[in-house]
Ligand binder design. Structure first.
Ligand code: 4GS
Length: 248
């Protein structure tokens, strides 16, 4: 998997590339992250990347030209590396809401380029000419697209085969089955007078699996009934699941 990121703050991405599971994936070259600063593509000596909005109002707008020159450099780098450029994605609140499904779609693209906006907005002509899709992490306004890009890259990187060890397996993750995760417990067996559910101490694997499935279903039913509806539509619920749900 390859990511190219156009950002005014490339140093921020060390949070992703230097730490934890995603850091190890970079080290093992299971993913490569290429950073491009639009400031390096400015022609003027001041290295201007933003300007005031036509029509007035507060906030600056990112100029089309430095961003477009950075995107052109990304595309030549892809050509030089003999790979076809995947989609170019702008992080923005007006984009489609990111999800586990989109994370696995991105994994299948093989490579994706992110454009991280700063300031108030990005010149619409850059978007119209260069951006293939817009994604959002939620209905709130951030000061830049860097954190959304890192959140999405993290979600994709952990899906790459070999990134997680057996004990961190992806298929057991919350959302891989369309439901919320069941509760988890570790030592000690009694903590502040609270014990671990008996079934988890019994070593009966089928019973444990049933308990976990039921907890998943119950939590999802109570907290996110919309996910139960989608799981049903997607054929992810068994007869036993449906029977248990009717008992709630
Ligand atoms: C988001 C978001 C965002 C929009 C970037 C204003 C700076 C900012 N990006 N999901 N310009 N929410 N972007 O708030 O992705």
């Amino acid at each position: 998997m390859r990511f190219d990121v156009v950002t005014l703050f490339p140093e921020m991405f060390s949070a992703l590339t230097q730490w934890g599971v995603t850091g190890r994936a970079c080290e093992q070259s299971l993913v490569s992250v290429h950073l491009w600063n639009p400031r390096d593509f400015c022609s003027d000596s001041r290295k201007t990347v933003d300007d005031r909005a036509y029509g007035g109002g507060p906030g600056m707008v990112m100029m089309a030209k430095p961003l477009e020159d950075a995107v052109a450099a990304v595309k030549s780098a892809h050509q030089a590396a003999n790979i076809t450029s995947g989609p170019i994605c702008l992080l923005a609140p007006q984009g489609e809401r990111f999800s586990q499904k989109i994370a696995s779609d991105i994994l299948n693209y093989g490579n994706l380029s992110f454009i991280c906006g700063r300031y108030e907005a990005v010149d619409q002509r850059f978007i119209d000419r260069n951006v293939d899709l817009q994604l959002s992490i939620g209905d709130f306004v951030l000061s830049g697209g860097e954190i959304p890009a890192m959140a999405m890259m993290d979600a994709v990187i952990r899906l790459i085969p070999g990134v997680l060890g057996d004990d961190e397996s992806v298929i057991q993750d919350s959302f891989m089955n369309g439901l919320l995760d069941h509760p988890h417990y570790t030592r000690p067996e009694i903590y502040e007078n609270l014990s671990v559910p008996d079934v988890l101490l019994g070593g009966h694997h089928a019973k444990i699996a049933d308990w976990r499935r039921q907890k998943s279903l119950e939590l999802t039913f109570r907290l996110r009934p919309d996910l139960i509806e989608s799981a049903r539509t997607n054929g992810l619920l068994t007869q036993e699941d449906e029977q248990f749900l009717r008992s709630l």
